[in-house]
Design a protein around this ligand. Structure first.
Ligand code: MFK
Length: 631
């Protein structure tokens, strides 16, 4: 009791806890008792026999917190291993990922950090005043390129050693790589996308060499590609915002002139980009119908950019490792890949793949922060016991874990689907699911990653906010995931468009498949989760029937909630399905139950609240602009 009073005085004197009710509650709890104990055993500032106190002069105390240690991310990932045991039970895959995991820990992760601390710079002129436009990257960034080739991080998707599961294998490897990659995952996404576009159009002529380089395992031959789609007027609205003009040349090639506002990984060897072919009088066709797709090598034999002026490198919130530039195209030699006016439809293959990569990076970031947080929770002791023994801390990590598991299964399912498509095994249902779920996964996992990584930082306390722990960069880098390759709202509208284009057939495939995931051989303990998914699916169907007869604009307001509903329901079904597999662990079942406790179909509840009515939009606008509309 006496020490309790002492603690009370200490605490109130410092103005922290002045409410005695709160204090009484605390003093009964374990943690308060632990504080008492800690205070009693706190090192006293008494001189040592040598006459020095522990905190005098250069002495800074004897306690140093053990830092979170990155362990082999493959061995640390129960869900990844379970997923592979179920779908791709290959000893070769297991041992390759195991070895790769070791390489990541002992070699690559350090390079990734170096990429962050040594960002790229732009040298515009040489010492003699000649324009050189050279982007200088760190040695670590260049080593990432070599490693990417050696490890086949793009090539695996095209070698197809594992048939329809090759994409899953490739993406599992990228998932392990991404958080250590110093954002080299960004050029790899575009490289993969470019290879896919070229392959889908039929490799020929000028793209012959490009394709073999993009998919090579030889570091000396391997190329990366950019994707220059964004112009100052463009961004989301590519169709009306693209100003680049393509002038036909007598040899059948083109010269591109325009201004590209965001070009990421601008140190790439080649690019795919959009432009408008000019007729003899210099006229172009406006809108998407005027856009064609072009291939352009970026550098000449001497390694100098040709027909390009690098205006400046972007000063970004995160992803600072990646050179992102503004480019003036000043007669860039290029080759048209698509038919005239089919640029958007052709680059869509690239978008599909870069959006899948984006989703892989999102779930990889979540998994990495969790791996670090759980290691930290083993070693960090507060209030008398390790963090991992504090139930509230474990509850927080559990919520992050459940989000990560749902995201992982969704992303891998999309990789499964694209693998089926690429090996000619996709049914109509598979094709529909791939088209619908790619933007859904991109938009949903981007948001999850930001939330989970932010929570993850908090789990390190103040250290999560300290730059040289490397943790803040993870949050900064996560923020781009919901922005590039289509923002949440733009992708939500894209989901509506692909539903409309198939007259709703795409949704029928979604309902059929989701229902099938929860229909057979389900663990009895999961019946509650199954009921939740089932009822969410019914609610969603009813909502869609009602929405079909609502005024135009109703579905637009519902688009984001609809996409979230599609994501949450599907993730719930995948978690249930995975947990019902014979090799599943009890934790798989628990994760499914926890996932399905949340609101699976927010679009239904928000519709009931009237969120999508025209008058709601009017009120929303009045609320947002209240100050500015007042006279
Ligand atoms: C590390 C550095 C970080 C730097 C910071 C990054 C900052 C941001 C950088 C960026 O700007 S990244 C690029 C962001 N922009 C986008 O991702 C574009 C977002 N906008 C869209 O996705 C629009 O939906 C789109 C441009 C595709 C719409 O254009 P349109 O012309 O209105 O397309 P439309 O009419 O919907 O479709 C045209 C054709 O393409 C159709 O085919 P058909 O003509 O045969 O019917 C569509 O079916 C097809 N299509 C469109 N989207 C598709 C698709 N096909 C398959 N998949 C898709 N996703």
């Amino acid at each position: 009791m006496a020490s309790s009073l002492f603690l009370h005085r200490q605490v109130t004197r410092h103005g922290c806890w002045v409410f005695s009710g709160v204090y009484r509650l605390l003093s009964r709890s374990t943690s308060a008792n632990v504080v008492k104990h800690d205070l009693a055993s706190f090192p006293q500032d008494t001189p040592t026999p040598e006459g020095k106190t522990e905190f005098s002069r250069a002495g800074i105390g004897g306690f140093f917190q053990q830092k979170p240690v990155l362990k082999n991310p493959f061995l640390e990932d129960a869900l990844l291993q379970g997923y592979l045991r179920r779908h791709l039970p290959s000893k070769a895959v297991y041992s390759e990922l195991l070895v790769f995991g070791e390489r990541l820990v002992h070699e690559v992760d350090g390079w990734g950090r170096e990429c962050e601390t040594t960002p790229p710079t732009l040298v515009t002129y040489d010492a003699w005043g000649c324009r050189v436009d050279r982007i200088v990257t760190s040695p670590a960034w260049r080593r990432m390129k070599e490693l990417s080739a050696q490890e086949g991080l793009v090539a695996i998707g095209y070698e197809r050693t594992y048939g329809e599961w090759s994409r899953v294998y490739q993406m599992c490897k990228l998932y392990l790589f991404s958080p250590s990659s110093g954002l080299y995952s960004c050029p790899l996404a575009m490289t993969d996308g470019a290879a896919k576009v070229i392959q889908s159009l039929g490799v020929s002529g000028p793209t012959d060499e490009a394709f073999s380089r993009l998919t090579s395992r030889d570091p000396g031959y391997f190329w990366t590609s950019g994707q220059w789609m964004t112009e100052r007027k463009g961004g989301s609205d590519v169709g009306s915002g693209t100003e680049t003009v393509a002038l036909p040349q007598s040899d059948g090639s083109y010269r591109l002139s325009g201004f590209k506002w965001f070009t990421s990984a601008t140190d790439a060897d080649m690019t795919l980009t959009l432009g408008r072919v000019a007729d003899r009088d210099g006229r172009t066709t406006p809108g998407s119908r005027g856009l064609s797709l072009f291939y352009a090598p970026v550098r000449n034999q001497q390694g100098m950019v040709q027909g390009i002026e690098v205006q400046r490198l972007k000063d970004k919130l995160g992803t600072r490792q990646v050179p992102t530039a503004e480019l003036l195209l000043d007669g860039l030699p290029a080759y048209r890949l698509s038919d005239e006016g089919r640029g958007v439809a052709c680059i869509a293959n690239m978008l599909t793949l870069t959006r899948i990569h984006n989703s892989v990076s999102a779930v990889a970031g979540m998994r990495r922060i969790l791996q670090l947080a759980r290691d930290y929770a083993r070693h960090r002791s507060v209030f008398g016991k390790p963090l991992k023994s504090h139930p509230l801390h474990i509850q927080t990590l559990t919520r992050m874990e459940v989000e990560t598991r749902g995201a992982f299964l969704l992303v891998m399912d999309i990789c499964r689907l694209i693998g089926r498509e690429e090996t000619g095994q996709a049914s109509q249902l598979d094709a529909h699911l791939l088209r619908l779920l790619t933007p859904v996964a991109k938009l949903y996992t981007g948001k999850q990653a930001i939330a989970v990584i932010s929570e993850g930082l908090e789990s390190f306390g103040g250290q999560g906010y300290i730059e040289d722990t490397g943790l803040p960069a993870m949050l900064r880098d996560a923020q781009v995931l919901s922005i590039w390759e289509g923002t949440t709202n733009v992708l939500s509208m894209g989901v509506l468009r692909c539903i409309a284009r198939t007259s709703g057939l795409i949704l029928q495939s979604y309902f059929t498949h989701t229902q099938s995931l929860i229909a057979t051989d389900i663990l009895p303990s999961l019946s509650g989760a199954v009921r939740s998914v089932d009822s969410a699916l019914c609610g969603l169907k009813e909502f869609l029937q009602d929405a079909a007869v609502k005024p135009p604009g109703y579905l637009e307001l519902a688009a984001r909630d609809l996409a979230y509903s599609l994501a949450r329901i599907y993730m719930g079904a995948l978690l249930i399905d995975h947990a019902s597999w014979k090799g599943a662990s009890p934790s798989d079942a628990y994760a499914a139950l926890r996932w399905c406790e949340q609101e699976l179909c927010p679009v239904v509840n928000n519709a009931a609240r009237g969120s999508y009515k025209t008058e709601t939009f009017t009120q929303d606008a009045a609320l947002v602009y209240e100050e500015s509309t007042r006279q």
